[in-house]
Design a protein around this ligand. Sequence first.
Ligand code: TYM
Length: 336
Amino acid sequence: MENERKKVMLSGIKPSGDLTLGSYLGPLHHWPEMIEEYDCYYFMADLHAITVRQNPADLRRRTLEQLAQYIACGLDPEKCTLFIQSHVHQHAELGWVLNCYAMFGELSRMTQFKDKSAKNADNINGGLFTYPSLMAADILLYQPDFVPVGEDQKQHVELARNIVQRFNGVYGEVFRMPEPYIPKVGARIMSLTNPAAKMSKSDNGDTGRVTLMDDPSVIMKQFKRAITDSDTERCVRYDKENKPGVANLMTIYSSATGKSFDEIEKEFDGQGYGKFKPAVGEAVVEMLRPIQEEAKRIMADKAYLEGVYRAGAEKAEYIASKTLRKVYKKVGFLPR
Ligand code: TYM
C-alpha cells in the first residue's frame, strides 16, 4: 500500500501583511508546479499571524485576499487543498501537545523569536515563543514528505524534525519525518533598500518591499530607487558577498525571466546599473500582470472563495483528525 501513496507537500504563509515579492519568489512561485505530482496542502496561517498584533478587519481581508492570490498564482483548488488554519481546530490542539515535546532551550534559540522579540519589545507574548510548536503541528498533522519554505523557515522545520524524533522515540512511528524543500534561486529575497535584511511583508514602513498587487508604476519606482552597491566597477556581476544589492536584483530578474546569472551578466555587459534596474522592474511588472488580473477577478467572487475554503477545511480536517486521534491515544487521553 505504501508505494501507492502520493507524496505529500504542505506549506503556509501568515496573512500578517500583503504578500510580497519575497513570499512569491521564495516558496509560492514553486507551489503550483507541485500540485500535479504531489498531494498538496497550502494554507493561510492566521493563528500564527496574531503572535503580532493585527487589526481584525485587516486580518480578515488579507486572509481572503491571500486565498484569491494563491489561486491566481496557479493553485487550482480542484487539484490541491487550500484552507484557513483557524478553520481546522486540530492545529491548535496538536500545537498544545507538541508544546510539551519542545524544549525551552530549543525554542529560545530560534532566530525568528529573537528577531521578533527585538522588533516587538512591548509584546513578547507566549505565542511568539511557542510559535515553532504550532508550526510543527501544522506540518505533522498532514504527514508530509516535503515542506517548501524560504531559507528563514528552515530552522523551524528542523525543530519539527527534532520533535518527530523525540515523539516517535517514545511512542513509535506516529509522525512521518518531513524534509524542508528550499528553492535554489530565491530562497531569500532581500529588501530593495537594505540588502542585508529580508524583504518582509510585516515590517511597517519598509520601503524596500514590492507587494504582489502593487501598481506597475509603484513597482517601477521601487526598482528605480533600489540600492545597488557603492563599488567603483558599477557592473552587473553576481557577487553576493561584495555586491549584495546587485545580487538580489539579479536573483529577482533571474526568477522573473528564467535567465541564468551568466546570461544576465552578458545582457547588461558594459551598461552600468541605469539600464539594469528598470529592466528588473519591467520583468517583475510583466510577471505579476496576469496574477494581478486573475486575483482581482477571483476576489470579486466571494461566494466562490467561500466554497473553496469550506471544501478545503473539510478535506484538511479529515486528515488532521486522523493524526490527532492517534496522538491523543498514544499520549494516554481517555476517549470521550
Ligand atoms: P511567512 O509568512 O513569514 O513567510 C511565508 C513563506 O515565505 C518565505 N519568505 C521568503 N522567501 C524568500 N525571500 C523572502 N524575503 C521571504 N519572506 C518570506 C518564508 O520562508 C515562508 O516559506 N511560519 C511560517 C508560516 C507557516 C508555515 C507552517 C510554513 C506556519 N506554519 C507550516 C510551512 C509549514 C511563516 O511565518 O512564513
